[in-house]
Design a protein around this ligand. Sequence first.
Ligand SMILES: [Zn+2]
Length: 434
Amino acid sequence: MIYNEEFETLPRPALEALQLKRLNDTLSRVYANVPFYKQSFDKAGIRPDSVTSLEDLQKLPFTYKQDMRDSYPYGLFAAPMEDIVRIHASSGTTGKPTVVGYTRKDIEIWAELMARSFVAAGAHKGDIIHNAYGYGLFTGGLGAHYGAERLGASVIPMSGGNTKKQIMIMQDFGSTVLTCTPSYSLFLAEAAEEEGIDFKKLKLHVGIFGAEPWSEAMRVEIEAKLDICAIDIYGLSEIMGPGVAIECRVAKKGLHIWEDHFIAEIIDPDTGELLPPGEKGELVITTITKQGIPLIRYRTRDITSINYEPCACGRTHARIDRMSGRSDDMLIIRGVNVFPSQIESILMGIEGVEPHYLLIVDRKDNLDTLEVQVEVDERLFSDEIKHLQTLSLTIEKAIKDLLGITCKTRLVEPRTIARSEGKAKRVIDNRKTV
Ligand SMILES: [Zn+2]
């Protein structure tokens, strides 16, 4: 099933022609209405009408998260405040949040793109969507909510937290679709187990998980524990919120990015050069229909690759690969670039290891150290100590072999590592406080 057959299956030449037209409109609008863009285009010697092909996009300067911070709160808005009907913000780890504004049309497009995403994931009208993304300034809750209503499904606005109640509602209301972070889905399954509730007996058939990077191995784990199909969704508040891209259930191989509303580029994060399809780099997105806060060549910091090959589902929109992490999350340990998701993949591939872990990075005597705390099957603790030692060595060796870094493992009993009701905390980097 395809929600918007006409636009989701546009032949590529028509899709690209539409992108160019919408890009031109957007460039004229930001040049006329946003002083930041007028200055940056002038400085680069570019006039909006000198962009005559999609390739010309590469001449335009990038927009960074810092530019949004510098123009806090409304400096990058391209529409007057009386046309803004919603404001969201993403919490910054430091200082002020990043603020985004939506016109009525922006909200309508967002609802449609989320509805498209639900259908691509295999949800339909008649589904009962249990929305456990947080409602509030965070875009997750309301983004999924409006999309579910647009689709015509029944949406339960659960928001995050209150895990016991979540499980009761899921059971009593017959929820068929779950939306939350991947780590929270496992937490729910674990909490249900403690209550003596078999998650597999619930009516859920699909889970749509995003807001944090997760590995293929984690998918296998979730699908087995919850007995559902687990679909990866991508979005970020700066660009729109959830629903920028989603995996289709048919192929489950890469996330279709809605190219009639966004132009995606993959660049080398160090040089800014465009990379060819298939090569991993930083995702850069230009919004081409947004009115409230259009962004030109926004540096997402997310690392992925892009694939323009036709998909079995019939959609013509390009697919981006599952995120390997954010360049912000990338750890440099003794000069080696490491994403937490890489360690997650390794851990999930080892028998007896549970999908809950914490990486602790420190510096001792000027040398970076990595400790991997991971929960393991409780039966291992009743076995002989040598089994635990063997497992530790297996993990350390696997990490050394695949990533080239030496680490120490600390195996802990199930439910030792703190759970999060939103994004999981995977890393404690003590080097930053020194
Ligand atoms: Zn597809």
